[in-house]
Design a protein around this ligand. Sequence first.
Ligand code: SF4
Length: 445
Amino acid sequence: MTDSSFVATTDLLGQSIRELETLFAGWGEKPFRARQLMQWVHQRGSVDFASMSSLAASLRARLAEQVRGPLPRVVRDHVAADFTRKWLFDVGAHNAIETVFIPERARGTLCVSTQVGCAVGCGFCSTGAQGFNRNLSTGEIVAQVWLARALLCSSESASPLRLRAASMHHRYPAPALACNAASAAAPASAAAAACTATAPALDRLRSEPPAHPLALEQAPAEEESESGKAISNVVFMGMGEPLQNYEATLGALRILLSDLAYGLSRRRVTVSTSGVVPMIDRLAGDCPVALAVSLHAPHDDLRSRLVPLNQKYPIAQLLAACRRYLRASPRDFITFEYTMIAGVNDSLAQAQALRDLLCSVPSKVNLIPFNPIAGSAFRRSTTQQIRSFAEVLLAAGITATIRKTRGDDIAAACGQLAGSVQDRTSRTVRMHRAAGRSPQAVSTW
Ligand code: SF4
């Protein structure tokens, strides 16, 4: 960056402290000014330089002159009956990404996207069916957290999320980080409108038992301590394969963990991968956070059909990488995601094969009931079959939980995120031609 260049506002969100210090050094500013700016942007949620009272007026003026451009626009803001909230953010050139907030008893989890679409092409995933357009920048990944927090804060007083938390759980205090009303003003109206629309749903929820019949998963007691933050956990499980956009993902992780920014603990940030083995090793060295692996099958032949990347990095290589990762991981287990698809990967024989496979890796298995997506012939496994599958794992001492399906009425559940992707690969076009449809038919925007 030079004096004559300007920084896009989204890029500002992706600047590390070192990059800001370098920029400020070029302006003759002291390093502590960079730290102050980082705190204003990420902790106070402000990109309104005029309001940054601890910065000198001359620096504020220079920032206002050289940092410009809009943040991603909120195209849609949906709140599900269970208060899962999904945003569609415009990232330019007719592309949009999805970000999902999942409120729970003791934590608030934000699921962020790392790519516009995904090139891996898993057969059960709506994102994979959209094709791939481009990687997101570090700033575009962090912007999802920044915007989500602003939207949650701006609708806090009127939000059913808060009302429900206060009335049912008594453990969902105000966010630890202050909101900047000015910067959040534009999205606030959309957020409030979306929340108001869910009032009947709130009444319904209050009269229903809170737990899903399949809800075996409980937040561990240790999770309670940081529940005061609106967003206490961030998972890289939205659109895209994070480890195929490694540098931007790494930059975003470092900002999320920074005490000058969001200050999340490594245990509360999870990267989910379909198994990019070399990058699992790099992540262990660069920035180890909790790791989740999309497994979905106990054998290579089936996994290669469900997760095509398995042809390049088969299960044995993947599990070896997981064992290596555990030496650096903040958690003493790897989470394995396993989507339960009727008649495909849910037999008891397959449960036994999974049990035998995972005996060499400290594991937690998340069994995810398949969420229907348009055009898929797959069906969700029955409740009884999922329970029987889980029992095989539990009997062998493997922690197995059945994931609550959250937000499936707004297509915010696992595998349902589609966004709006102008596919730049030929795969989707071929797929839709084969099915006799127009590629545009997959767009949700
Ligand atoms: S499941 Fe993940 S890796 Fe597979 S296509 Fe979907 S977004 Fe990509």
